[in-house]
Design a protein. Structure first.
Length: 127
């Protein structure tokens, strides 16, 4: 019998007790990293108290042209991931615009698990 030990664990963004036993649930391994990436991208710089460099300014550049957005978002994304979550290696990134939605999708490799994953995050343009 092989027992797999979790390498990474994080608390979820919205902490809710388990309905069966009342314990707090945690995110592990792939799910923990996926949520960490989403937090790095969707959190604005300066939004977290005492962590002024955490996050990106991607949402503030949503009204720029697609080329400008790609350029700014690519730098912001790479910098934020490198500074805040060094468990992964970023791969190819793709940016698309449809109506009022900007979609960021990219591949990444989880270093210690030697696993390739992909993620897609959609941002809504609001006025």
């Amino acid at each position: 019998m092989i027992i797999q030990k979790n390498i990474y664990s994080d608390l979820p963004m919205f902490i809710e007790p388990n309905p069966f036993d009342g314990d707090m649930s945690i995110k592990t391994d792939r799910n923990a990293i996926r949520e960490s990436i989403r937090n790095c991208i969707l959190t604005a710089n300066g939004e977290r108290p005492f962590e002024f460099l955490f996050g990106t300014n991607i949402q503030s550049s949503m009204f720029e042209s697609l080329d400008d957005f790609k350029f700014n978002a690519d730098g912001e994304l790479a910098t934020s991931i490198y500074q805040n979550d060094q468990r992964i290696i970023l791969g190819k990134r793709n940016y698309t615009l449809s109506d009022q939605t900007m979609t960021i999708s990219f591949d990444y490799q989880i270093k210690s698990l030697n696993v390739r994953e992909s993620i897609k995050i959609s941002l809504e343009r609001t006025r």
